[in-house]
Design a protein around this ligand. Structure first.
Ligand code: FA5
Ligand code: MG
Length: 369
């Protein structure tokens, strides 16, 4: 089904091969260890607060409709996240979910009032140590019964109570997971929550965004077929981001490693520090070109990924200029190659680089320099 050739299908072989792996359900994967840890923490909090426990959902198909992923969530028709340079489409109406929020409405419509829904999500994105086209999210939703509020409390105040609860619970989760790591809240924007926030954690001296959240938008409640006035919160956590900090995993590709030096380090239920083993040597190749008129940087990353798969560690621009006379712009990119599980030969890297150059010309219509 994934490989089916619909004119809209932009799913590369590498990405298609990951669909169905469900790393978040392998009990030895750091992703699963973190997931279960959060699930039990959230249910502990629910118990303390006298709330209904969260239903655990982790086996929904990553293939969803544009309605589930976007329309139901008020993502505008022309929003960039819908474009084929950001999202993997199977057809005009089916896609690989770009976030677990795609299940919010269907789960609420099916009568769930509190759930934690985890799964693999897919995005065409940049290439570096913290971005990968497949990653995992956990969606948390809780709908509040009317009885949670004094009968005469206005809606705005009810929403403020929910927002405060939400931030309190997630701050406690951060402390539970990270201990004394520095965390900070910032306002954010999502079309499906209002107000919206994000939480960042300081890791290796940089602030890493680990979750987005907010009070569920009235329209989303309506789209789920629930009565007006129903209130609740939603949050979406990046499981890799959390696991990278907790286990000290330096590169997001490691989660997919089959190397026993990686796999043998983790045991079910335990958060332990990853002990780095010697990496295989890296090498890099540069490519520079004149930009065509219609150019999206994600397409460049995607061409590199399609050709190099997991051999690519980083793709970074190191030069950019516009010719003063012709007004044409040029970019120069460095592609760093390294495999997690073996060393690379010059021949294979050269071959990949040739293919990348060719695809850049034919697919992106760039003019190589
Ligand atoms: C969302 O995906 C929203 N659906 C989250 C949400 C849910 C908001 C419910 C409100 C209510 P965002 O694109 O920021 O938001 O991603 C959420 C988290 O996923 C990020 O904080 C980050 O931890 C993780 N994430 C995002 N992109 C990547 C990536 N390319 N690689 C790894 N993790 C990522
Ligand atoms: Mg974000």
């Amino acid at each position: 089904m994934i490989a089916q050739k619909h004119p809209m299908n932009n799913i590369s072989v590498n990405v298609a091969a990951k669909v169905g792996t469900s790393l978040h359900r392998y009990s030895h994967s750091p992703l699963c260890i973190v997931k279960r840890n959060i699930e039990s923490f959230c249910n502990q909090v629910a118990l303390e607060r006298g709330e209904t426990p969260f239903t655990i959902v982790d086996d929904l198909s990553p293939i969803v409709t544009t309605k589930q992923c976007f329309d139901d969530l008020r993502v505008p028709p022309d929003h960039v996240s819908r474009s084929s340079s950001d999202t993997y489409y199977l057809s005009d109406t089916l896609l690989l979910r770009a976030h677990t929020s795609a299940h919010q409405c269907s789960l609420m419509a099916s009568g769930e009032t509190s759930f934690l829904c985890s799964g693999d999500v897919y995005r065409r994105d940049e290439v570096d140590a913290s971005h990968y086209p497949v990653f995992h999210q956990m969606e948390g939703v809780r709908l509040y019964p009317d009885s949670a509020f004094p009968p005469d409390m206005p809606v705005d105040e009810r929403k403020a109570v929910i927002a405060a609860d939400l931030k309190d619970i997630l701050s406690r989760l951060a402390v539970h997971l990270f201990g004394d790591v520095e965390v900070r809240w910032a306002n954010d924007y999502f079309p499906f929550t209002e107000p919206s926030y994000e939480l960042e954690v300081k890791f290796n001296d940089t602030w890493l965004e680990v979750l987005g959240c907010g009070v569920i938008h009235d329209d989303v409640i309506h789209n789920a077929g629930l009565p007006a006035g129903q209130l609740g919160y939603a949050f979406g956590l990046g499981l890799e981001r959390l696991a990278m900090v907790l286990f000290g995993i330096p590169d997001i590709r490691l989660f997919w490693s089959q190397d026993p030096r990686y796999l043998d380090q983790f045991q079910e239920g335990n958060i332990t520090k990853f002990v780095p083993y010697s990496k295989y040597p890296m090498c890099y190749k540069d490519v520079s070109f004149w930009l065509p008129e219609d150019y999206h940087v994600n397409d460049l990353h995607e061409v590199v990924r399609a050709q190099a798969g997991d051999l690519v560690e980083k793709v970074e621009m190191f030069d950019e200029f516009t010719h003063p006379k012709t007004g044409r712009s040029s970019q120069a990119w460095r592609i760093t190659y390294r495999h997690m599980d073996r060393s690379l030969t010059n021949e294979e890297v050269d071959l990949i680089q040739v293919n990348i150059r060719e695809e850049l010309t034919t697919q992106l219509k760039v003019e190589l320099r």
